[in-house]
Design a protein around this ligand. Structure first.
Ligand code: HMG
Length: 445
């Protein structure tokens, strides 16, 4: 069977930073602990004046192609996943291909291009499309470029404002990959939900509290569906579990739910039962409220156990490190979580050759998807090539007044003329509007 997976990846963060504890919390009159401890975020990334989903995606893809020594001839497919698109017809992938053609002698006329939309989960769906295309033997020896790019902005004073972020992840999907092999088995949890949506509007309408519960409900279904096809899951089966991370506090809840689910019927479940009792069963309670109260009490006890805390520290915590500094990148978020876990492993000398990851993606509206990946040899070199720490360090630290201006600059409803905060160098930059309202870009040396 052809082994297909992610061969290489690059990450591009927006060049600006909003410090949540130092800058956002005081302006909102909030305790910084709400953001740093409650949501688990230190900062958000924002695009500078000349950045947008196209520049960030093209810059990540360009760097990936340069590092891997690729030319357009090597790429047979460009899929962009985004929920921040500015055109209902012309896909972002055509803009990105246009950018890349400015810096390569060849073009991408042979490449199939598209744009995937399903909130945050479309990044993973684009990976699936690339995987299926290669496994079907339609790729003629070429690789697929999958780009997840978003400016995850909320309306000012929306509760989601603290979880904003902006950045892109470019992934090369190919045969005999150097990073991770994707599994054929997948589990889904999908339902028509109205928790987070953008009905022809730029900023989302969000029912924040409900969105948390919808995430958990769909994730539980996806886990069950995955177990139905791949077999029961034991907590020791997976070295790390990268989740979609709108903010790390969400993953704290999802991990506890997932662990409760996967320990059932295992030796770990038996040991936990001796310590904190058996998991509550719905049949033991007369009402849903009583059952939910018992589940909450059990989960609180579970997350206090040393066994759970060790598992969380090794399996989940490493996947949250990058997210804490950049916020929600929507379609790129779960792919940052994978990169973060692998980066942690490399920096701590962990041997992950042949290790298994369980990747838990999610998109509002709503769908969760769970699949497994196997880390393949070559991963350390690939992950070692990322310079995300340097990018995070080099961001311009916005004052609150500057943040307000930047938010206006990227708000499609407002016209604001603001000087750029950083200078573009060796990258694509927004260069104004064309005669049909299209966006124009140039490569800045
Ligand atoms: P909120 O209501 O302002 O915050 O917004 P809160 O009052 O619920 O506080 C947040 C947490 O901080 C709570 O922890 C507080 O207890 C704690 P929890 O009880 O939940 O564990 N807290 C503190 N902790 C320490 N010290 C303090 C302190 N104060 C409070 N001083 C909300 C929260 C999630 C509603 C908001 O951020 C929001 O609307 N976010 C946007 C929606 C979202 O991200 N939903 C997540 C699931 S849906 C999803 O992931 C999909 C998405 O990525 C979109 C897509 O798919 O396209 C969003």
């Amino acid at each position: 069977m052809t082994v297909v997976g992610i061969d290489a990846m690059e990450i591009w963060t927006g060049k600006l930073k909003l410090d949540l504890a130092e800058t956002f919390a005081p302006a909102q009159g909030d305790d910084p602990g709400k953001y740093t401890k409650g949501l688990g975020l230190r900062a958000s990334s924002f695009p500078d004046v000349y950045e947008d989903i196209v520049t960030m995606g093209a810059n990540a893809a360009h760097r990936l192609m340069e590092r891997k020594g690729l030319t357009p001839e090597d790429i047979g497919r460009i899929d962009v996943a985004t929920e921040s698109a500015f055109d209902n017809s012309k896909p972002v992938s055509t803009y990105i291909a246009g950018c890349l053609e400015q810096v390569y002698d060849e073009n991408f006329h042979h490449a199939n291009k598209g744009e995937r939309k399903f909130a945050c989960i479309s990044g993973t769906q684009s990976l699936d499309d690339a995987y299926n295309w290669i496994r079907a033997g339609r790729n003629r020896g070429r690789a697929a470029l999958v780009i997840a790019t978003d400016t995850a902005l909320y309306a000012r004073d929306d509760p989601g404002e603290a979880t904003q972020g902006a950045g892109a992840v470019a992934m090369l999907v190919d045969e005999d990959p150097n990073l991770v092999e994707l599994s054929a088995e997948q589990g889904y949890g999908s339902a028509d939900e109205t928790d987070f949506l953008k009905p022809n509007q730029q900023f989302p309408s969000v029912d924040g509290k409900r969105s948390v519960n919808v995430y958990l409900a769909r994730m539980r279904e996806a886990l069950e569906d995955f177990a139905a096809v791949a077999g029961d899951i034991h907590p020791g089966d997976y070295e790390m579990i990268p989740f979609h991370t709108p903010f790390p506090g969400m993953v704290r809840k999802a991990a506890a739910l997932g662990y409760r689910h996967i320990v059932r019927g295992t030796d770990v479940g038996d040991l936990l039962a001796e310590e904190i009792g058996h998991q509550p069963m719905r049949s033991d309670f007369e009402t849903d409220d009583e059952f939910h109260a018992a589940i909450k009490e059990y989960t609180d006890a579970l997350t206090e156990t040393e066994r759970y805390q060790d598992w969380y520290a090794n399996t989940i915590e490493p996947t949250l490190e990058i997210s804490r500094d950049v916020g929600n990148w929507y379609t790129g978020s779960v792919h940052i979580a994978r990169a973060s876990g692998l980066k942690h492993a490399r920096e701590n000398g962990l041997d992950l050759d042949d290790a298994r990851l369980l990747v838990a993606s999610y998109g509002s509206g709503a769908q969760a998807e769970v699949h497994a990946e196997t880390v393949v040899s070559g991963w350390e070199e690939e992950i070692g090539a990322l310079d995300i720490d340097e990018q995070i360090r080099n961001r311009y630290d916005l004052s609150f007044a500057e943040y307000e201006q930047v938010h206006d600059v990227h708000n499609h409803e407002t016209e604001t003329d603001v000087e750029e905060f950083t200078a573009p160098e060796n990258e694509f930059a927004f260069d104004g509007w064309g005669r049909m309202g299209e966006r124009k870009y140039r490569y800045v040396e």
